[in-house]
Design a protein around this ligand. Sequence first.
Ligand code: HEC
Length: 396
Amino acid sequence: MSRLLALTSLFVVAASCGTASSTPALTFHHDVEPIVQKSCGNCHATGGIAPFPLETYEQVKAQASAIADAVSSKRMPPWMPSDSCGQPFVGDIHLEQADIDTLVAWTKSPLEGNPADAPTTKATLATLPHVDTTVKMSAAYTPDATLTDDYRCFVIDPALATTRFVTGYNIIPGVNAEVHHVILYVVDRAQALAEDAKDTAPGWQCFGGTGINTKGALGVWAPGAGAVAFPSGTGVAFGPDSVIAMQVHYNTRAGVRVPDQTQAQLMFADRAVTNAYLVPIVGDGFSIPPNSTGYSYTFDQPNQLGFDLDVWGFLPHMHTRGRHITMTTDSTCLVDIPKWDFHWQRVYFRPKPTTLKAGGKLSLNCTWDNPEARTITWGEGTSDEMCFAFVYTTVH
Ligand code: HEC
């Protein structure tokens, strides 16, 4: 008996030695912590927007099976574009397959390893090369107690005396745990101030747009995205008659509902730049039948300007019934989002522009599911839909 035991343990030792020498066991500090810190940490931080922090070995180990599921199904980190269209994108946060494999393999036997192996430099978010003005919401706002998702537009007024070119922006959330995403619209000053003055609370309720005369959108900010700098040498003209309507999506699922006063940082051109235009692509001719799944609509926007345009970036937009959105030019697939999630919309810039020829067209294809017993059409409300995009363009 004892000889048998001895033999067995010999085999065990031999086997584990063999494994150890060919592929060292994955450990938290050596293999997992660098990935989690870089790709999860900006949201899964103490007091962050995600429901739990992923900062320590114990916290990550406690979520091991949920993490394996979330990363292998590509729900996390939240990055919507498919790999097969439009790549590469600037600021892409998706995980490489090798990192997914590492995370999943580790969760099966979640060893801690040696704390001395932990990454020494902490991953940080992109910041702006220079910040020219920082504008706060005029007063703090507490998300509506009756809503889990409260969408509100606030006036952000850079108070410009002359027209300047915006070349980048960043958002500093007042309360990380409730600011889920932010869209910066360019709107008419007088109208925005009038809308804001309608009640005593700061801002006004808004959802699919601003509800007032919108000239364009500077872009979207989401936690974990960091600052957005527009393509080098380009900028968006912003005049004294405009202000920003900053739409904040407050999500109070994490259980935090406290006053928030979010700030926007803006960067202006310090030398001559090419004027970029945020062209709206408005596919409003759809009518989604009641109780339908996979209803699809294509909108073609011809370039009737008589000259070629360079398309640098785009902000595709649907509401919560949207399932799939694709943007293409005649020759190029710009972005394909097979699992649309209203909560994770973004502006996607590509490192090089795509030329949209004079007479060419840009197409938006939108697909929705409509589980309701009513037809759904275009509108700005939560129960309406959109097949829409802002496109960041310059003259070619
Ligand atoms: C941009 C912010 C952000 C990043 C980056 C992020 N998460 Fe999340 N995560 C969230 C939010 C917010 C939720 C809550 C559910 C939701 O809103 O979709 C969540 C939920 C989860 C959940 C539980 C729900 C589910 O879908 O399984 C897991 C597990 C998770 N995240 C793991 C991760 C991991 C692992 C990473 C990094 C590889 C990561 N997350 C990166 C914001 C983020």
